[in-house]
Design a protein around this ligand. Structure first.
Ligand SMILES: [Zn+2]
Length: 178
């Protein structure tokens, strides 16, 4: 494999995985784990190919996708250039800033060389998360506009959710400070 110029990354797969010659693979993996000699481990390419075919790997990938479902909610399609929400330019800017967590109200102090602003109500550092999720000052307004859940939920690409977010920002006059 070394001579053929292939680069192989090995990953521990617990227990028996239904791999042909499982014992040989296991032994080879132990050798790698216990040795500084990474290059000359006797291992058949056929065994490595079997890694790809195991059900366990497939199951792991499924689990991985499910785990990241919430993350994908933030940006369901990286190829989608045009916003399906028909947002105005200003709304797009607002949404992007909220997702990045950098807004005028939370970060303008950096440009001005001032101290980081505190929430007047809570005396904690003013962050996007604090405004949208935590601050009790906006609790009633959040409830009125159905702003509930974590950041990735309230800023996801769902038309109704984003519509609620925009009306919430307008009702609180925060929108001009984003
Ligand atoms: Zn607060």
């Amino acid at each position: 494999m070394k001579e053929s110029g292939r680069t192989v990354s090995l990953m521990w797969v617990p227990s028996h995985c239904g791999i042909k010659n499982n014992e040989d693979v296991d032994k080879a993996a132990r050798m790698i784990a216990n040795s500084n000699e990474y290059e000359d481990v006797p291992l058949h390419l056929g065994d490595l190919k079997n890694f790809d075919k195991t059900k366990e790997i497939s199951d792991w990938q499924t689990l991985w996708k499910e785990t990241n479902a919430k993350l994908r909610c933030l940006k369901p399609s990286v190829n989608k250039r045009i916003s399906p929400l028909k947002l105005t330019r200003k709304e797009q800017v607002v949404l992007t800033r909220l997702r990045i967590g950098h807004t005028k109200i939370t970060h303008l102090y950096l440009l001005l060389g001032e101290q980081q602003p505190l929430c007047i109500t809570c005396q904690t550092k003013l962050t996007v998360q604090h405004i949208l999720v935590e601050c009790p000052k906006y609790e009633e307004t959040r409830r009125q506009h159905n702003i509930t859940g974590a950041m990735n939920e309230i800023l996801c690409d769902d038309r109704r959710t984003l519509s609620n977010m925009m009306t919430f920002l307008k009702a609180t006059n925060i929108i001009d400070e984003i």
